[in-house]
Write a protein that binds this ligand. Structure first.
Ligand code: MG
Length: 366
């Protein structure tokens, strides 16, 4: 088992209701090597203001999860994941990396894609959404033109970081200039509870496909109140990590849909569980992500490929539009605005060891 902490340069700034991202993003890469030399890869993509830190992910894998994996049969995946859940609290990104690497390794040994190990494939492509979050709106308009030319037709406008008037201005402009786009709104918890209802009602007049997480994660009763007060679907993101939170969301009727991320759930199978819980009560599901490289995008892509309940597309745009350079040996495939589901064994694509070396901040003790 080898673990690396990487810092990957990015080409723009991203502002959000909580937390900005600039210069670089930190990820942790995990490699498991089987007795016969076959390898499996996984990625933890934390965001410090949301799920946790890369330092915590590194320590979770390197110190607390390592003893659960080394020398254990790869087929004992469920037992390993069960042990990992209780070996270190939280650190859901590390657990996502672990399950990804185990599935990749199992798939490569058995000659099956990861989606086959997760129940089989229900789709060959996934509609891609790109986030509009640059504090310089002109740069975002240039990005809009680029993604439109590439065939993308979904965007998520990040709001709640520079005032309500700025949000309304941008949404109106995007609606007028890019009428062919499916526009979603995401506040990343950015609205104060006193202003939330007024702001969200204004934005709802532009009929976005959904409005995501306007207020702090723990303000579930306010989420429920906002949901009842607007004519567009409300999505929960920060309020719902795993199945346990999903049950609270269902009980509190806080949302019409949920953003599902393997970095929040702590793995691919738990993400499938959240999707099924949502579908069971008629909530829709969206394939979100953190600030990921292509390796984590691949894991999310295989998960969504095997999860028919996730119907609102995905946001695996960073490898193509945000990172200066991705870590995969061949590019994460996006064609005509759709993520293409790989068909080869395991995740289908491997990282480039040269690039892992280039961007390593601290390496494994293996
Ligand atoms: Mg979100």
């Amino acid at each position: 088992m080898d673990v690396w902490h990487l810092a990957l340069p990015v080409n723009a700034r991203r502002d959000h209701g909580i937390g900005s991202v600039e210069h670089s993003v930190d990820i942790v890469v995990l490699r498991l090597t089987a007795e016969d030399g076959t390898v499996g890869w996984g990625e933890a993509s934390p965001w410090s203001v949301f799920t946790g830190s890369a330092e915590a992910s590194f320590a979770a894998l390197d110190r607390y999860i390592r003893p659960l994996v080394v020398g254990v049969p790869v087929g004992n995946r469920a037992a390993i994941m069960q042990a990992a859940a209780y070996a270190v609290a939280h650190c859901t990104e590390a657990k996502a990396a672990l399950e990804t690497a185990l599935l990749d390794l199992h798939g490569r040994i058995s000659g099956q894609p990861v989606w086959a190990l997760l129940g089989g494939k229900c789709r060959d492509t996934i509609p891609l959404s790109c986030s509009i979050a640059d504090p310089d709106f002109d740069k975002d308009l240039a990005l809009m033109d680029r993604i439109r030319a590439d065939g993308l037709r979904i965007i998520k406008l990040k709001t709640g970081f520079k005032g309500h008037a700025y949000d309304v201005m941008r949404l109106e402009r995007l609606r007028n200039d890019y009428p062919e786009f499916d526009i979603r709104i995401d506040y990343n918890q950015g609205l104060h509870h006193d202003d939330a209802l007024r702001c969200v009602r204004d934005m709802a007049q532009f009929a976005p496909t959904f409005i995501e997480q306007p207020v702090k994660a723990h303000l579930r009763p306010l989420m429920a109140e906002i949901r009842r007060s607007i004519p567009v679907p409300l999505l929960a993101d920060e309020s719902v990590f795993g199945p346990e939170d999903m049950q609270l969301a269902i009980d509190g009727q806080i949302a019409d849909g949920v953003s599902i991320k393997i970095m929040k759930t702590g793995g691919l199978t738990r993400a499938q569980t959240v999707a099924r819980m949502a579908a069971n009560i008629g909530m829709s599901a969206y394939g979100g992500d953190m600030f990921e490289a292509g390796l984590a995008h691949l894991a999310g892509t295989h998960m969504i490929a095997a999860t028919p309940e996730i119907t609102l597309g995905c946001e695996f745009y960073q490898a193509s539009y945000f990172l200066v350079e991705d870590i995969l040996e061949t590019p994460f495939e996006v064609r005509d605005g759709q993520v293409v589901v790989p068909t080869g064994p395991g995740l289908g694509i491997v990282p480039d060891p040269e690039r892992i070396n280039r961007y390593t901040v601290s390496g494994s003790r293996a």
